[in-house]
Design a protein around this ligand. Structure first.
Ligand code: CUA
Length: 157
């Protein structure tokens, strides 16, 4: 069988394209510096949150002079707790998980933004220097009540 040089060139070019497409996908999913899911908070059983330390009683816990931890559970269509309060000049670490479907957790006006996935604990640390009111919203479509899934964070004087 005789294959023309021109044909070989096109075979080679299309192979390169396929390899290129695959590496783009792999890079997007696992490439350095890209974190699509923050799971450094570890894993939990979404059915056992009631028996999981922190998530059994979601809310604000003082863990140091200016340090707080906040455990948050996302459910269709609310955050537990729905209101939280920390003083200004504090460092707050949020541990967020879901009891049902994938939600989002965004503190409006900050760069705190994470996916909330059943079985995974998303951990984000935020420093609040000034008093103020922050809305927290779900930014992943999670069902009919998605738009009403929100909470309030108050940073007091
Ligand atoms: Cu929860 Cu959208």
């Amino acid at each position: 069988m005789h294959v023309h040089n021109y044909e070989k060139l096109w075979l080679g070019a299309s192979l390169l394209l396929i390899v290129g497409f695959i590496s783009t996908i792999v890079y997007g999913a696992a490439g350095a510096g890209i974190t699509m899911v923050n799971d450094e908070g570890g894993q939990v059983n979404p059915q056992e949150l009631g028996n999981t330390s922190g998530f059994d009683d979601p809310g604000v816990t003082k863990v140091g002079p200016n340090e707080y931890e906040v455990h948050v559970v996302g459910i269709q269509f609310a955050f537990q707790p729905s209101t939280m309060e920390v003083p200004a000049n504090s460092t707050v670490t949020f541990y967020v998980t879901s009891r049902d479907v994938v939600h989002g957790f965004e503190i409006v006006g900050t760069n705190a933004n994470t996916m909330v996935i059943p079985g995974e604990v998303s951990k984000i640390t935020v420093e609040f220097d000034e008093p103020g009111e922050y809305g927290i919203v779900c930014h992943e479509y999670c069902g009919a009540g998605h738009h009403s899934m929100a909470a309030e964070l108050t940073v007091t004087e």
